[in-house]
Design a protein around this ligand. Structure first.
Ligand code: CTP
Ligand code: CA
Length: 228
């Protein structure tokens, strides 16, 4: 006889995943954003759901279908992403895969900024966005048992990522090299270094689906260490 369909090694756990870019409006037709397809975050959300977790996915604007079995909250800005994440608490696992814009425009124009012949171009004043990963990692009653951040770097990847893990207060960092020549940004494949409290573990290059499956397996093992 088959067991319950939704049963898995993360059954009963709630996972929160952020994915995609954020868009920070300049005026009604323009925005600031990071490059991000959202693919790796969506794959992770799907992989955690496949292991039985209840998954809340908070996503910036991406061109991807909602993963099956996942509750999707669509947001646009970093401030909205933080609010949606806080609303989703408590959770056992938080994975911040989003490429959050570091700043937003101080004064969003309510109507389209027009070019005026001879006038100097507009100057944008930027103010910092909230750091969602640091917020979720901060000690407190709703601090998830496992918080995982990402570090997309273009040089000395391992060092930058290890420093980022300390600075943010998260438990693990998934680090990758996003120099354009690696083809990782926007591509189907990823090559990561998993940084935990016990050190840095380079994984071979594999497709983003395989990275997500393996990461979900590691998370399941974190909660059930004696699992085969
Ligand atoms: N992150 C976040 N909120 C932000 C900025 C980043 O949640 N406002 C998260 C990302 O989702 C990622 C991690 O923090 O998991 C690292 O993001 P990254 O941009 O590499 O780090 P920063 O601290 O912003 O440093 P920098 O961009 O200067 O390298
Ligand atoms: Ca950043």
């Amino acid at each position: 006889l088959a067991g319950p369909a939704a049963s898995g090694s993360l059954t009963g756990r709630h996972a929160l995943v952020t994915a995609g870019p954020t868009h920070e409006p300049i005026d009604p037709v323009r925005y600031l954003a990071n490059r991000s397809s959202g693919r790796q975050g969506y794959e992770i959300a799907a992989a955690l759901a496949a292991l039985g977790a209840r998954v809340t996915l908070v996503s910036g604007p991406v061109d991807l279908p909602p993963p099956p079995g996942v509750t999707l909250h669509r947001v646009e800005t970093a401030r909205q992403m933080l609010a949606a994440c806080r609303d989703a608490l408590p959770c056992d696992i938080a994975i911040c895969a989003a490429a959050v814009a570091d700043w937003h425009v101080a004064q969003e124009a309510t109507s389209k900024i027009k070019k005026t012949a001879g006038a100097p171009p507009p100057v944008l004043t930027l103010v910092p966005n909230p750091d969602i990963l640091a917020d979720l990692s901060a000690p407190g009653p709703t601090r998830p048992a496992l918080v995982v951040g990402f570090a997309a770097e273009t040089d000395t990847v391992g060092q930058h990522a290890a420093a980022k893990r300390q600075r943010k207060g998260c438990d693990w960092i998934v680090a990758n090299d996003v120099r354009p020549e690696t083809g990782i940004m926007g591509g189907q494949e990823n090559e990561i270094i998993l940084i935990t409290d016990t050190g840095a573990e380079p994984w071979p290059r594999m497709d983003k689906h395989a990275v997500a499956t393996r990461l979900a397996g590691r998370i399941a093992a974190f909660f059930t260490p004696d699992m085969p």
